[in-house]
Design a protein around this ligand. Structure first.
Ligand code: 5CA
Ligand code: ZN
Length: 407
């Protein structure tokens, strides 16, 4: 798939001895050092293209954009893959509900997402891959799982057997009762008769009447969700990536399953050195979600004349792992901050810019502490100083590391 246009990234003064980058990994339930050698390999789960792009989506992609920017600042190549779940039950259900063609809905929503990503100055993945265009490779991954002896059929559908996955449970660390509840809530089918374990996940769904289907060595049908991401990631990044990312609602079952399915194909564990999850953005006390319909869209804010850079600042003003509320005050504070920063970088001189650079780098190295990074820029903007290079350097710091263009 076509990705989107990349924002320009100013080059900052070289940091000869960067602090170790530490990120919270769900599987460790603590911070881990993330130190790729030369090339960083990142897989971030993409949208299911309907109800895009709400502020929860945007917040999650901004968290991983911050990571990409930190890696790039360290001189690393970033091999970044993101999928689009352009065929799945929720997309079909929405298309049916609205009486529209599911292909058209997916295309239109993916276009809107790309536009929003450009407006928010998000660095694009270098592989942007739709499930439909990856159909053959996903089916091939299912064939490999069958050949590996970790899959079985129920009627004509193929399931992954969690009993054959020694590491199943390590990503989320959840107890079986919680896993069962989340599986039922998030696209699984624990109640289906004939499964060996209620937590076994669908790998291939045989064709049903009035349901889209593709030819494959498994017969006509379409893939399950977790194997989609496992296959798309493995075929572009290999078996032991640096970071798998997404929102915290993907920890279980999605990332739990895609990790063990990838392992069953490659024999490599862990699938990701760090499983990094962003907190949920809520509105009026509830998680912002398509099913609840309590959504604020990036595109609506743009239409209302809100500067996307203020949206970006607002979403970075709290830590990416925190569950948080979107309120009008969040946006108003970001607009004030943007105004104060603009004024400060328009001055002829300012306080030492190198100090701000060091503080922003230090904050972001500490599990992408964007509130800490923003506070460092606030302190700089509040003071006056004699450094004639500072305004331009700080503008570049804010642009390269925080993705906020101030002019
Ligand atoms: N296509 C799958 C992943 S393979 C999917 O989850 N799509 S999605 O459109 O539902 O969500 C896209 C991304 O946004 C996921 O990483 C999800 O965890 C994240 N997300 C969804 N809702 C929120 C929210 N309210 N706050 C933060 N992130 C969210
Ligand atoms: Zn995914």
């Amino acid at each position: 798939m076509q990705s989107w246009a990349a924002p320009a990234l100013p080059t900052l003064p070289h940091d000869p001895a960067p602090a170790p980058l530490r990120l919270h990994s769900s599987s460790v339930r603590d911070l881990v050092d993330v130190a790729p050698n030369g090339t960083a390999r990142l897989y971030v789960c993409g949208i299911t293209p309907y109800d895009a792009t709400h502020l929860g989506h945007a917040a999650t992609y901004l968290a991983f954009d911050t990571l990409v920017r930190v890696w790039r600042d360290r001189g690393l190549q970033v091999d970044y893959v993101q999928n689009v779940t352009d065929i799945d039950d929720p997309l079909l259900e929405r298309a049916t509900r609205d009486g529209v063609d599911w292909v058209g809905l997916a295309e239109q929503q993916t276009d809107l997402f790309r536009e929003d990503m450009v407006a928010l100055r998000v660095v694009p993945p270098n592989h942007y891959v739709g499930a439909v265009e990856a159909m053959d490779e996903i089916a091939q991954a299912v064939v490999q799982l069958i050949d590996a002896g970790v899959a079985y059929t129920v009627e004509d559908d193929v399931y992954f057997s969690v009993a054959a996955a020694p590491h199943f449970g390590e990503v989320s660390g959840l107890d079986p009762a919680t896993m069962l509840a989340l599986s039922a809530e998030r696209g699984g089918d624990p109640e289906r008769p004939g499964k060996k374990d209620p937590l076994d996940a669908l790998l291939w769904k045989a064709e049903r009447p009035d349901d889209p289907a593709w030819d494959s060595p498994l017969g006509r049908g379409r893939p399950g969700w977790h194997v989609e991401c496992a296959a798309i990631a493995l075929n572009r990044l290999g078996g032991s990536i640096d970071v798998q990312g997404g929102g915290s609602d993907l920890v279980f079952p999605h990332h739990e399953h895609s990790a063990v399915e990838a392992e069953a194909i490659t024999g490599q564990w862990p699938f990701a050195k760090a499983y990094v999850h962003a907190g949920m953005v809520g509105l009026d006390g509830e998680k912002m979600s398509k099913s609840r319909g309590n959504l604020v869209f990036v595109s609506q804010l743009r239409r209302d004349g809100v500067d996307p850079m203020a949206v970006r600042l607002a979403l970075l003003s709290e830590h990416y792992r925190a569950d948080r509320e979107w309120t009008p005050a969040t946006l108003a504070r970001a607009q004030e901050r943007q105004h104060a920063w603009r004024e400060a970088i328009d001055r002829p001189t300012g306080p030492n810019g190198r100090d701000v650079l060091a503080e922003v780098r230090a904050a972001l190295s500490d599990d992408l502490d964007t509130p800490g990074a923003l506070a460092a820029v606030d302190r700089w903007a509040e003071r006056s100083g004699e450094d004639a290079n500072a305004p331009e350097l700080v503008r570049d710091v804010v642009d390269a590391l925080l993705g906020v263009g101030l002019r």
